[in-house]
Design a protein around this ligand. Structure first.
Ligand code: MGD
Ligand code: MGD
Ligand code: SF4
Ligand code: MO
Length: 694
């Protein structure tokens, strides 16, 4: 068989890199960056080769599995569907619809079939106990967009390719490859920014891989960004007042709201000197264009929603919102954001979680309440669980508690390609086709891209008749929980992901159809980001609301007390060769130096008598882990950093390579009780811990 070439988009992270894959039969010869991809221009990261490793991984599940005692048996799809239907229905009949909990994990948004069809299952099960990785991640961004722009999923991104000043809070795009900022090739984009005379400034408790490439880096005490952001905003309002277009409202109130946020006052709380805060604000105001951007470090912490709100405000008051080089919305070929004329609003507070009374948002409850909803007895207790493409035992706060809770359920099903720390509790696992076996169009990340483009990737390898695509699984289960008429069912047979993509393109703003994308396997360049306001404001009065009540109330509740200084504060970390909980089964990615280590500043280590490489105990009231210390001046004194996603040391898991590089789960130390008060997002950064020698 002759060697052939296949072009596709890597769907492992948000960067959407174009790949050039050489293959013969089902053997992959090489995976390289596609130089002709207009978006990624040849960039890839080391994870791209994992697509090959996942495809060939002997540990990957391909056929339905049933747990019998502590063994797993391969069963037919028919039997698996029947048992899932019976298991879920039995619980709902006995305890009510809400006795079923559903958690949707991150890979769903990277997967065309799940994006289009998982809602069939989610809706058909009719439970109020729905959860997802959103509330351990970007929920504060949705809150800011919801209340300010009237559309929770219209998320603006930094126009990094045209900006002159890039102010970054709590993001490490050189390792993460960008989030809510799809921007393949971050190192090149940063270099371009610097070469055109621009400046990049990073605020982070760790001198991260991104901070090292920036022009300036400031250490900040974890969880205190809201004060620094507030002080920058306050300085801008007082010293650089600007008139805003008439479609902004609340501008006048900001001055009084933020008056207390003086650089002098916040300096001791944040650890950033007052004159530096003033200088940052001055440089931001005087730059030809500037953009302030904040990501995980300022989202998954105690003040996530307030931080994102103030990030938007800093861009707005300086005229850097919806304008070139500032914070802008994308103009994608398939617009999943503006499908409704009134805008996609997250519903809010239509019901509350049973145990703690936390409000619903967008049909979901905070993932942090899952365990208590399973463990606390009474009416409405979760007795059955559906987990699709997620691993919350490792990824949600106090995962250990969830691990225990899952073992007490009456029924559980996982839709997953691995027997992981979470799916090991399932009665049935349904494994879909994935990666190189699936066609791909990025419905989500084209919407969050820093440059408009469109690309469709056909499947590289076919699947056998005994295998299923995710969308087939969701269609089948959806149908079993909410019957369709015979006529509808017949018509539904024609609804495939490709058909929906073509329809989406047809409705979109460009004159492109699926056949055009098939003819352009490298993708189509659709130009730089374009302004969208005031057309895309969806609040009732069609004005951008700069002072939404939820945010103002949250701000007023903020205390200026200095944080306790005696304990270390725990933050997370991402590594280029890792991806959340699930890419540790590729030998090529996990080999080399140990990645799951606890970084400490040498001064702190000296006080504690800890030497580099030594095993240490990290503990607090939530849990305890034993982990190797890695001393580095790149970490701010008073801070400790442990990456999430590890902890493959549990019994009964099916990923052997991951188990051999187990690490520990940082979420055994995080709290399911202390959340961002405004949004309900998990606060996994800034957690207090104590450290001692083993
Ligand atoms: N402490 C701490 N905790 C965190 C974070 C942090 O920074 N610190 N980050 C948070 C963030 S941002 C996120 S997004 C979450 C992620 O949390 P989760 O979404 O719960 O975890 P993942 O590791 O993304 O889970 C992926 C699962 O999906 C499966 N999978 C992969 N591809 C497919 C597919 O095509 N189909 C199906 N059905 N399954 C598939 C994998 O086998 C794996 O079991 O973790 C969060 N947790
Ligand atoms: N290689 C790799 N890439 C990934 C992932 C991965 O696991 N590995 N995960 C993907 C996912 S799901 C996501 S959501 C994105 C996340 O993408 P990013 O947000 O860019 O990634 P993080 O590494 O979580 O960056 C958070 C930064 O915030 C800092 N930080 C922690 N606490 C604070 C704080 O209180 N204040 C400030 N200012 N900074 C703080 C951390 O030191 C860290 O450098 O990455 C995606 N890409
Ligand atoms: S950065 Fe790496 S993992 Fe992300 S899309 Fe590109 S190649 Fe894939
Ligand atoms: Mo995420």
């Amino acid at each position: 068989m002759a060697e052939q070439t296949h072009y596709r988009t890597c769907n492992l992270c948000e960067a959407m890199c174009g790949l050039e894959i050489k293959y013969e039969g089902t053997e992959i010869k090489s995976i390289k960056g596609d130089e002709k991809d207009p978006f990624s221009k040849g960039f890839i990261c080391p994870k791209a080769v994992a697509l090959q490793d996942i495809y060939h991984d002997p540990d990957r599940l391909k056929l339905p599995q049933k747990r019998v005692g502590d063994q797993w048996e391969t069963i037919s799809w028919k039997q698996a569907y029947d048992e899932v239907e019976q298991g879920i229905k039995a619980v709902q009949q006995k305890y009510g619809d809400d006795a079923v909990g559903i958690y949707s994990g991150n890979p769903n948004v990277h997967n065309l079939g799940s994006m289009l069809f998982s809602s069939r299952l989610l809706k058909a099960v009719r439970t109020r106990n729905r959860f997802s990785a959103t509330s351990v991640d970007q929920l504060p961004h949705h809150f800011a967009s919801q209340w300010m722009l009237g559309n929770s999923i219209q998320l603006p991104v930094p126009d990094i390719d045209r900006t002159h000043y890039f102010l970054v809070f709590g993001a490490n795009p050189v390792a993460s490859n960008g989030s809510i900022m799809s921007a393949a090739g971050m190192p090149r984009r940063i270099k371009d920014l610097q070469e055109r005379g621009g400046k990049m400034v990073v605020v982070d408790p760790r001198r991260s891989e991104t901070a090292q490439r920036a022009d300036e880096h400031f250490f900040i005490r974890p969880g205190t960004d809201v004060y620094l952001l507030g002080a920058v905003l306050n300085h801008l309002i007082i010293n650089h007042p600007q008139d805003l277009p008439e479609y902004y409202k609340g501008h006048e109130e900001l001055r009084e709201l933020f008056a207390a946020f003086t650089a002098d006052k916040v300096a001791s709380i944040t650890g950033v000197a007052a004159e530096e805060i003033t200088r940052i604000a001055e440089e931001f105001a005087n730059a030809e264009s500037a953009v302030c951007y904040g990501r995980m470090g300022v989202s998954v912490q105690e003040h996530g929603a307030l931080c994102q709100w103030i990030v938007y405000l800093i861009n707005m008051v300086t005229g850097n919102f919806d304008s070139s080089g500032g914070m802008m919305c994308s103009n994608p070929a398939i617009d999943v954001v503006h499908t409704k004329p009134e805008g996609t609003m997250y519903s809010y507070n239509r019901w509350k979680s049973r145990v703690r009374g936390l409000p619903e948002f967008g049909n979901e409850l905070p993932a942090a309440v899952m365990a208590e909803e399973m463990l606390n007895e009474g009416d409405g207790q979760i007795k059955a669980f559906i987990c699709n493409a997620g691993n919350p035992v490792l990824s949600t706060p106090n995962g250990d508690k969830l691990d225990k809770a899952l073992s007490g359920l009456e029924f559980m099903v996982s839709i997953d390609i691995y027997l992981n720390e979470t799916s090991r509790h399932a009665n049935i696992i349904l494994p879909p086709a994935t990666g190189l076996e699936t066609p791909h169009y990025d419905l989500v990340f084209h919407n969050l891209a820093v440059h408009n483009h469109a690309k469709f990737s056909p499947a590289l390898f076919p699947i056998g008749p005994d295998r299923k695509y995710d969308w087939q699984i969701y269609k089948e289960l959806g149908e079993r929980f909410s019957k369709m008429s015979a006529v509808k069912k017949l018509a539904d047979k024609l609804v495939t992901p490709e058909v929906v993509v073509d329809q989406g393109l047809k409705r979109g703003p460009y004159d492109i159809r699926l056949k055009d994308l098939r003819k352009n396997p490298h993708g189509v360049d659709l130009g730089p980001l374009q302004p969208v306001l005031p057309k895309q404001i969806f609040t009732q009065d069609k004005k951008v609301d700069m002072t939404p009540q939820v945010m103002v109330d949250g701000l007023k509740a903020l205390s200026f007390d200095a944080p306790p200084g005696d304990k270390l504060q725990l933050i997370g970390r991402r590594h280029l060769r890792s991806n959340n909980t699930w890419m540790h089964n590729s030998e090529r990615l996990v080999k080399g130096p140990k990645r799951c280590t606890a970084m400490l500043n040498p001064d702190d280590a000296e006080k504690l008598g800890i030497i580099d490489g030594e095993l240490i105990d990290v503990h607090n009231e939530h849990g305890k882990v034993q982990i190797e210390a890695e001393l580095t001046p790149a970490l701010m004194p008073g801070v400790i950093s442990i990456p999430h996603g590890w902890g493959h040391n549990k019994d009964g898991i099916g990923w052997a390579t991951a188990q051999a590089h187990a690490g520990v789960s940082v979420n055994d130390l995080t709290s399911d009780q202390e959340l961002d008060a405004v949004s309900g997002n998990a606060a996994v950064n800034g957690v207090y811990v104590e450290v001692s020698k083993v």
